[in-house]
Every structure is written in structure tokens, then in C-alpha cells.
Ligand binder design. Structure first.
Ligand SMILES: *Cc1c(COP(=O)(O)O)cnc(C)c1O
Length: 230
């Protein structure tokens, strides 16, 4: 079994190679270590290896880790029920999974005054799948416009979890669609800081980097296979 240190070093080397192949600077792509289901000591091992950004999906298990390790950056990447927004607003630096005006407004209203605005991304159901969370592409510009009204969130870009495909070409298609949607929104509204794209996981991050990802969200390739809960 490889340890977290080795896996992190490997993944960073792969990111660098993918950036070079895509003609992008290596610092344009940031690595989010998805630590859902991992214990605090495994997160600490990743921190000791230099990792500073961690993603969590389940608020209940995340709170313990965030409170134990407050000096790194925490990103919420899971589905958000509106009764959970207060705890998210108090603990997270980034939220990648905004899918409604209500959640966005609550996060802004509930952000503690001593903290900077939360960096937010809208989760887009880019493949228009009936069972998937996120807003459909057609509704995304209106959600951006609504979110821009709120003082304590910064509207930074888009996130997607396309359904898995096997070939690099098929993987790339929804990522290209997400980038085009982001560009269209940024240009039509003159938003200079609407520049982030959270896309790509352990199985498809090469294609995501090719298509313009700025955050890739990696769990398994850093921490190894997860037990039970996905
Ligand atoms: C679990 C998860 C990841 C990481 O997936 P891996 O395949 O383990 O890299 C990324 N993004 C989201 C939203 C997730 O839920």
C-alpha cells in the first residue's frame, strides 16, 4: 500500500504533466483533496505532506475535522439542505455546490461578521440528467445574477460532476460545455472574478485539466479506496 505522501507526490506530478500537455501553467490548477469518510489522522498526514485544501460532502462528519484542523482551507462539495447553511457558513472557506437562491442567500446572511465572504461555485447539472443535483445550464445565469446581490458571498464560477465515461474524448465534452457556460456568463456580465471551474475527479482529471479546470477534486487517488459510504 502506498502512503498518502507518495500518492500526493504522484498526483502532483500527474497534474504538472497534464498542464504541460495542455499548454497551461501548473499553478492554474489547484488540488482539492476530498477527505470525506477519512479520519482526522489521515487528513493530518496530507497536511504534513503540504496539502492545504480539503473537500467534504457530509456536514456531520466534516464538522469534527474542521474544528480539529482549523488552519487549512475547507471546501463544502456536497448537497446542501437549507437547515445546514448556518454550520457551513461558520466553517467553510469555499462552497462548490450551490444550487438554489435560497441556499445562497442563507449562506450570505449567516456568514459570521469576522470572516471574509465565502467563495462560491454553482453546481451545474451539465448533462441534464433527471436524477442529478445541480441547476440546469439554462437556469444558471439567473442564479448568478441573484447571487451577485448578496454581500457575504463571492460568486467565483461553476462546478460539475458529469456521469462517468471511458474515453478521454467523451470525458472532455461536458467539461468543455461547462467552460463555455462560465465564459458566456463572465463575458455577458463583465465579471472578472467569475474565473473558476471545479471539475475532474480521480478518474477524469486529465480531461478536466485539458478543458480548463482550475480546481480538481481528488479523493481515491490520494487517500486510497473509500469504505462503504461512497
Ligand atoms: C467523492 C467526490 C470526489 C472525489 O472522488 P474520487 O473519485 O474519489 O476522486 C469529488 N467530488 C465530489 C463532489 C465527490 O463527492
Amino acid at each position: 500500500m502506498q502512503n498518502i505522501n507518495t500518492r500526493l507526490a504522484n498526483i502532483k506530478a500527474e497534474i504538472q504533466a497534464a498542464c504541460e500537455a495542455a499548454g497551461r501553467a501548473a499553478d492554474e490548477v489547484r488540488l482539492l483533496a476530498v477527505s470525506k469518510t477519512q479520519q482526522v489522522d489521515r487528513v493530518e498526514a496530507a497536511i504534513n505532506a503540504g496539502q492545504m485544501h480539503f473537500g467534504e460532502n457530509y456536514l456531520q462528519e466534516a464538522m469534527e475535522k474542521v474544528d480539529a484542523l482549523p488552519d487549512v482551507n475547507w471546501h463544502f462539495i456536497g448537497a446542501i439542505q437549507s437547515n445546514k447553511t448556518r454550520d457551513i457558513a461558520a466553517r467553510f472557506d469555499w462552497v462548490h455546490s450551490i444550487a438554489s437562491t435560497k441556499v445562497a442567500r442563507r449562506l450570505s446572511d449567516q456568514r459570521p461578521a469576522n470572516l471574509p465572504p465565502i467563495e462560491t461555485l454553482i453546481q451545474v447539472n451539465i448533462s441534464n440528467e433527471a436524477q442529478k443535483s445541480g441547476v440546469v445550464p439554462e437556469d444558471t445565469p439567473a442564479l448568478v445574477d441573484d447571487m451577485l446581490q448578496h454581500a457575504n458571498i463571492r460568486v467565483r464560477g461553476l462546478m460539475a460532476i458529469p456521469s462517468p465515461s471511458d474515453t478521454p474524448e467523451a470525458q472532455r465534452k461536458p467539461f468543455d460545455q461547462l467552460r463555455l457556460l462560465r465564459d458566456e456568463i463572465a463575458t455577458s456580465r463583465g465579471l472578472e472574478n467569475f474565473d473558476q471551474l471545479s471539475m475532474g475527479m480521480s478518474g477524469d482529471f486529465h480531461a478536466a485539466i485539458n478543458a480548463g479546470a482550475t480546481w480538481i477534486r481528488i479523493g481515491t487517488a490520494i487517500f486510497g479506496p473509500r469504505e462503504s459510504k461512497q
